[in-house]
Design a protein. Structure first.
Length: 144
């Protein structure tokens, strides 16, 4: 059975493994201090938030998100990270997490949920094209 909900303190190790897999997918290597800081912030649930997907009570997917003010609509919810364990892909975890984040944002009066993904991420884009609208915007970044 697939369920979604907040991450529990006992999820720390499984969450870190999933988040490390997400970062590896994008070619990043993070230090343990990075993971410790992120986990602490998620547990506070003030600035950034996290939900997990569980398949038969095992954490198999994570979503990290935050809200921010908007000049053209109610607050927006930005889905920063979404990742599902390879062995759980195709079983609805990512879709369930997208629904859970969307429900969370609706409950808080947000006007939209949005995210970005790499153009080469065809597997994720197949799902995203089913559940969201690609409005054609291009993301630019200035690393600091």
């Amino acid at each position: 059975m697939l369920t979604t909900g907040p991450l529990e303190p006992s999820d720390s190790t499984a969450w870190q493994q999933l988040f490390a897999g997400y970062n590896e997918f994008y070619g990043r290597t993070m230090t343990n201090d990075f993971y410790d800081q992120a986990w602490t912030r998620f547990q506070r649930g003030q600035e950034i938030h996290a939900l997990g997907a569980r398949l038969d009570d095992r954490l198999v997917g994570i979503a990290h998100f935050l809200t921010h003010a908007s000049t053209t609509s109610p607050d927006s919810c930005y889905l920063q990270d979404l990742f599902t364990a390879a062995e759980a892909r195709g079983q609805g975890a990512a879709r369930a997490l997208l629904t859970a984040v969307t429900d969370w944002a609706k409950e808080r009066g947000c006007g939209r949920v949005y995210w970005s993904t790499h153009e080469s991420n065809a597997t994720a884009r197949h799902l995203y094209d089913q559940v969201a609208e690609n409005r054609g915007f291009i993301l630019y970044t200035i690393p600091l």
